[in-house]
Design a protein. Structure first.
Length: 211
């Protein structure tokens, strides 16, 4: 499919905050290795959908942009410090990534026309949301942690630098929240009645089964 690109930039205040970084890739099917030691795979045969590669980092004031390029979509942020490859001060207060912000991102992922049931059309006329796609077929959404999204390789360096990556414990906490929010929002948008029923009985049992 011929690449097409666009960007939206939003100015922000002089505050450092935790940020969710996503790269979205559409798929028509596939298989995912979930346990290399035991050679355990999940098959997504004829299950079109989206793969979302996710990372959690910090960003300084500057610009926030959403870029689309062909079948890949990226949320990025930039600042003068990031461009120079410098790390921010550990003493700098960091505004936490809120559940509300992650819910908005999850809704965008599920309702934006990013997926397709078959091949790609040059005019994007085949594009549809995961919510719409799931009404006609079994759709998939796969979440994969990808730390390199917040890494940077400066020309001349031999290794990636992760100055703006959150620490392991915080990243694991936010990753668990992101997966849970995706489950909740997908069920709420795709099957509202079932979501209401699950809410009455609690979501924990459902989420364990879904994982």
């Amino acid at each position: 499919m011929p690449p097409s690109s666009s960007s939206i930039t939003e100015s922000e205040g002089e505050v450092e905050e935790e940020a969710l970084y996503l790269v979205i890739q559409r798929i028509s099917g596939g298989r995912l290795l979930v346990d290399e030691d035991n050679d355990t795979w999940i098959n997504l045969h004829n299950q079109p959908g989206l793969v979302n590669y996710v990372a959690f980092g910090r960003r300084k004031a500057g610009s926030r942009s959403i870029h689309t390029n062909g079948s890949r979509n990226t949320l990025t942020s930039s600042s003068s410090e990031e461009e120079e490859g410098k790390s921010s001060s550990a003493a700098t207060p960091v505004s936490p990534l809120t559940k509300d912000r992650m819910m908005k991102a999850a809704k965008s992922l599920l309702t934006c026309k990013l997926a397709t049931a078959s091949g790609w059309h040059a005019d994007h006329s085949d594009a549809e949301s995961l919510v719409t796609l799931s009404s006609t077929t079994v759709a998939s959404v796969v979440t994969i942690p990808q730390a390199s999204l917040v890494g940077k390789c400066i020309p001349g360096d031999k290794y990636m630098k992760y100055h703006h990556q959150l620490d392991k414990d915080r990243s694991e906490e936010l990753y668990g929240q992101w997966v849970s929010i995706l489950h909740h929002e997908a069920l709420k948008l795709i099957n509202p009645k079932k979501y209401d029923d699950k809410n009455k009985r609690g979501m924990e049992k459902y989420l364990r089964r879904a994982e």
